[in-house]
Design a protein around this ligand. Structure first.
Ligand code: ZN
Ligand code: ZN
Length: 303
């Protein structure tokens, strides 16, 4: 083969290889898109299993026909959520409430009943580490709800993201970023097994000052009162059971049933007379219960 011929042949080879690679990439993209679509369809089908209350259906219908104000729509969702325990209404309420610490309890109400949409909201909007402020970290809660999602609504890409998150969290001390060496082995938090520490000193800072105590205790409540009953609760919701004892116990343990007088100040964005940033109140109190329950008579001023 002459030199020119050889060159031409090489060029052809390269072109063919590039074309083949393109085809493979395109095929992979199609497969990934199909998988994502299938996962979404499955998730929506799962969500559709949960009963919709008349109030919810009416609110959507009236919104479509433009016959309703936002406030009226909210009131219908609220009735759907509080009178009929309609998960779809809870999700809408959560979305309509402006302040995160007041919206969160409604998404949590949906999530503990087995709602995919509500769980995704918790994962994507509330617990995902958006800030480096240690007192707002909720990786252990993220990890808990990620596991639940994997178990009940497998196939979502967010779950894979969380796997990565867990790796990055467990390989270094959450306070000082030290990593494992020949002479130092990091120790995991015994409560949640999510965070690692190089020393008792760092663990104490995280537990007290960074308020991991609050998060770890909430994870403990969920592990004890939610995880073993998650399927039972969801099945009961689908059947339309009016009384679900395991659900009521869990709601009480999480502080979702906390009387409104105990958190009314949060409606005005204050706590002990001081202005608050709602993002500091998304995890929980020292005993792991929520700051704000899900029984507000009317969260006026938040729409
Ligand atoms: Zn450390
Ligand atoms: Zn922990």
């Amino acid at each position: 083969m002459g030199r020119k011929q050889k060159l031409r042949q090489e060029k052809r080879n390269i072109k063919n290889k590039a074309a083949a690679a393109e085809v493979t990439a395109a095929a992979a993209e199609v497969t990934a898109a199909a998988a994502a679509n299938a996962a979404e369809e499955k998730a929506l089908a799962l969500e559709d299993q949960l009963p919709k209350s008349d109030m919810y259906v009416q609110a959507l219908y009236m919104a479509d026909t433009d016959n309703i104000t936002r406030r009226e729509q909210f009131e219908l969702f609220k009735r759907g959520a509080t009178e009929d325990a309609c998960i779809h209404s809870m999700f809408r309420m959560g979305k309509m409430l402006m302040h995160a610490h007041m919206a969160l309890p409604w998404f949590l109400e949906g999530a503990i009943r087995g709602s995919f949409q509500c769980t995704m909201k918790l994962l994507g909007q509330f617990y995902f580490t958006k800030t480096f402020q240690p007192n707002r970290k909720a990786d252990a809660l993220q990890d808990y709800w990620g596991e639940i999602t994997k178990k009940f609504h497998s196939g979502d890409s967010l779950v894979d993201t969380m796997k990565i998150l867990k790796c990055s969290v467990t390989q270094e001390c959450i306070i000082c970023s030290k990593t494992d060496t020949k002479t130092l082995t990091l120790k995991q938090c015994e409560g949640c097994s999510v965070y690692c520490y190089c020393s008792v000193g760092c663990q104490t800072i995280h537990w007290k000052e960074s308020k991991h105590r609050n998060e770890c205790k909430q994870v403990h409540i969920l592990n004890k009162y939610h995880k073993p009953y998650a399927k039972e609760i969801r099945d009961a919701v689908i059947r339309g059971d009016k009384e679900i004892p395991s659900l009521e116990k869990l709601r009480y343990k999480l502080g979702l049933t906390r009387p409104e007088e105990e958190y009314i100040e949060f409606f005005e964005l204050t706590h002990n007379g001081e202005k608050i940033d709602p993002n500091d109140y998304l995890v929980g109190r020292e005993d792991g219960t929520l700051w704000v329950g899900s029984t507000p008579s009317s969260p006026i001023g938040t729409l």
